[in-house]
Design a protein around this ligand. Structure first.
Ligand SMILES: Cc1cc2nc3c(=O)[nH]c(=O)nc-3n(C[C@H](O)[C@H](O)[C@H](O)COP(=O)(O)O)c2cc1C
Length: 225
């Protein structure tokens, strides 16, 4: 495991959850969605996990799972026992980026269109569902998910962090469009909570053509009752 290459970010006896994708529409969202289901399962067992989108050597993981031509390993997840005390590097990284913080509700969730904030009291049965989206992990904690609720449908948008993909560090270290993986992760948080609350619905890609707030925002998928 040590030889796999995670640039010293991951320490100790650890395992990895690795997957590969082929080219195709929504492949990165699918990847995020499916791997996050495994992350949540591991979390339920009391294990610690960390998504790695940048700080791993793609080729060594791809080799270890015998990935075929045309397959890509866009990220991996390390899994292991949670350390009793956080390492110094973890405290340093977290202090710098406020990683345990999340954006306020009113910056993430809207009603009918992007001009109107979704009031928590008007979100009714979606209150917990959206709160679980808000708690989802995301690459560099950028939290790019936005949701517009219309009736009982929730439309998911990716609000790209301006300059993020083009920044030299991200270009150098990542192999995939990590913010699309973030969208899939948010979808799994949404769906598991919806199912727990026995909300009836499913995913559809059907753009409701809501006016976009800026050029960085794009439609991804809808949850339709
Ligand atoms: C797609 C993706 C890629 C990530 N890549 C890395 C990484 O390369 N290195 C790392 O230390 N953390 C990585 N993370 C972890 C995030 O930084 C972390 O989830 C976020 O800062 C929120 O922190 P929290 O989940 O502890 O609240 C990644 C997370 C996601 C969702």
């Amino acid at each position: 495991m040590k030889s796999l290459g995670t640039y010293g970010f991951i320490k100790g006896a650890t395992g990895y959850i690795v997957g590969a994708i082929k080219k195709g529409s929504h492949n990165l969202e699918d990847f995020g969605y499916l791997l996050e289901l495994i992350v949540l399962y591991a979390t339920d067992l009391g294990l610690g996990t960390c998504w790695l989108g940048g700080t791993f050597t793609k080729s060594s993981f791809a080799k270890r799972i015998n990935s075929k031509a045309g397959e890509l390993v866009p990220g991996v997840i390390s899994v292991g026992y949670i350390a009793e005390k956080p390492r110094r590097i973890e405290s340093l990284l977290k202090r710098g980026k406020n990683t345990d913080r999340r954006l306020p509700w009113e910056e993430l969730f809207f009603e009918d269109n992007f001009d109107r904030v979704l009031l928590p009291k008007r979100s009714r049965e979606f209150l917990s569902v959206l709160n679980m989206v808000r708690l989802a992990p995301s690459a560099s904690n950028r939290q790019p998910w936005r949701v517009v609720k219309r009736g009982n449908s929730c439309h998911f948008y990716l609000r790209r962090t301006p300059g993020y993909r083009e920044s030299p560090l991200v270009r150098l270290t990542t192999v995939a469009d990590l913010q699309r993986i973030d969208m899939g992760i948010a979808m799994s948080h949404f769906e598991l909570t919806a199912r727990e609350l026995e909300l009836d619905g499913g995913w559809q890609v059907s753009d409701p053509k809501i006016d976009l707030p800026d050029g960085d925002t794009e439609y991804t998928v809808s949850w339709v009752e």
